[in-house]
Ligand binder design. Structure first.
Ligand code: ADP
Length: 206
């Protein structure tokens, strides 16, 4: 990574269907926030390329892409976003969606990322999330969203590999936002947590 400082970040955290992508896209439109979804980066890679085929071996069955591949692609994508001025680390809070997704990735990003807050989108109603994912499948044509077995597999991966990431951070770094409600309601809850972090970032850089 060429940038010498750590990237001030908020992790958008939560199970599949909790609304990380929906909220990330809305927040990305607000100056001072940059949303980066690892899933979106993976889907932007040509499915016919060797890399694209390697990625789809895992995403299509609801498994995590191996860490070495994931970290390299994440690193390159981040550098591209900086080079093309989409993301300005001195001005923007990085909203990380889908990273880290296991404990090993937590360690792999620790040198580059300053985790200012983790916003845990909390939803105890798994059926509600499955419903959201199935609706998204129709709109976004995502094969990993269409099959209920693959969706359930992703929940299993979340429970076993991703949720333990929370134990790597101190309790005061973690904030819970209720994920049930309209997108506008959930947005309000996230902003209450994110605005103070953004204000702090602006102060630090002025
Ligand atoms: P969702 O949050 O609904 O599971 P994403 O778009 O975030 O959807 O991710 C889609 C798929 O991309 C995941 O099921 C996984 O296979 C892969 N993926 C995303 N982020 C990571 C990551 N950090 N490490 C490994 N695989 C990942």
């Amino acid at each position: 990574m060429s940038h010498s400082q750590k990237f001030k970040s908020i992790l958008l955290f939560g199970p599949p269907g909790a609304g990380k992508g929906t909220q990330g896209k809305i927040l990305d439109a607000i100056p001072g926030f940059f949303h980066m979804s690892v899933g979106d980066v993976f889907r932007s890679i040509d499915a016919d390329s060797d890399e694209g085929q390697e990625i789809r071996k895992y995403t299509s069955v609801g498994q995590l892409v191996p860490d070495s591949v994931t970290i390299q692609i994440w690193n390159n994508a981040l550098n591209d976003f900086i080079a093309s001025s989409k993301y300005n680390p001195d001005e923007d809070i990085l909203l990380l969606d889908g990273m880290p997704r296991n404990v090993a990735q937590t360690e792999l990003i620790a040198d580059h990322v300053e985790v200012a807050k983790i916003i845990n989108l909390d939803c105890s109603d798994e059926d509600e999330m499955v419903k959201r994912i199935q609706q998204r499948a129709i709109k976004e044509n995502r094969s990993d969203d269409a099959d209920e077995n693959i969706i359930r597999q992703r929940f299993e991966v979340y429970r076993q590999q991703t949720r333990p990431v929370l134990d790597q951070y101190s309790a005061d770094t973690i904030a819970i936002a209720q994920a049930v409600g309209t997108p506008a309601e959930v947005l309000g809850r996230i902003l209450e947590i994110a605005i103070p972090i953004q204000n702090e970032h602006v102060l630090q850089n002025n």
